[in-house]
Ligand binder design. Structure first.
Ligand code: ADP
Length: 175
């Protein structure tokens, strides 16, 4: 199919669950734009530039994927790209309710844009950016959850956030 798909999200930071959805979307659609939302309604660990750079490096080997930041409505950005498909990933039943609500809202705003949800792979079903940040900030090994360059970025971030004492500031715990 030659369709353009947009895969929007926060990607704070990109992990194997996100990468798997992006790769699979790239096999289904002609071009996939991984769209990094500039300012979601959540506390972020990484800046927009950092999130874009980490996602670019994670997906650089897939020629029909590009990573771009965006502001404002996802539907407006999708329209500006000429995208006909909006890809989202589904992990657990509780994801469905939010995705369903967003799909109906986006359909109201842009009826030509179809939402396509891809099911997570079972090994990533529990994985959220919040959980991985929490594990990492508390000293756990996340090398099975994110690419090595993301581990390196998390390490730099943890060092820059570390308090002079022995505690570390937890920036974002909830997706
Ligand atoms: P958002 O703030 O839009 O939820 P996220 O970065 O948390 O952004 O997620 C972006 C998309 O990736 C969402 O559709 C989310 O459901 C999906 N996603 C996140 N984690 C996983 C995972 N482990 N497996 C499959 N899809 C996932």
């Amino acid at each position: 199919m030659g369709d353009i798909a947009i895969y929007p999200g926060t990607f704070d930071p990109i992990h194997f669950g996100h990468m798997d959805i992006a790769r699979r979307a790239a096999q289904l659609f002609g071009r996939v734009v991984v769209a990094v939302y500039y300012r979601p309604n959540k506390r972020l660990l990484f800046s927009t530039e950092e999130r874009v750079a980490l996602a670019r490096e994670a997906l650089h080997d897939i020629s029909n994927i590009e990573v771009r930041p965006y502001k404002g409505l996802t539907t407006t950005f999708a329209e500006s790209l000429g995208a006909r498909v909006l890809v989202r990933g589904l992990r657990v039943v509780s994801d469905f309710e939010l995705e369903y609500q967003m799909a109906l809202t986006n359909n109201q705003l842009a009826p030509q844009l179809e939402t396509v949800c891809l099911m997570t792979r079972k090994e990533y079903a529990f994985l959220t950016a919040s959980i991985l940040k929490e594990i990492f900030m508390l000293g756990g090994d996340v090398s099975t959850l994110v690419a090595p360059h993301v581990v390196a970025a998390l390490t730099r971030k943890r060092e820059s956030l570390a308090c002079p004492g022995d505690s570390v500031t937890l920036v974002s715990l909830r997706d």
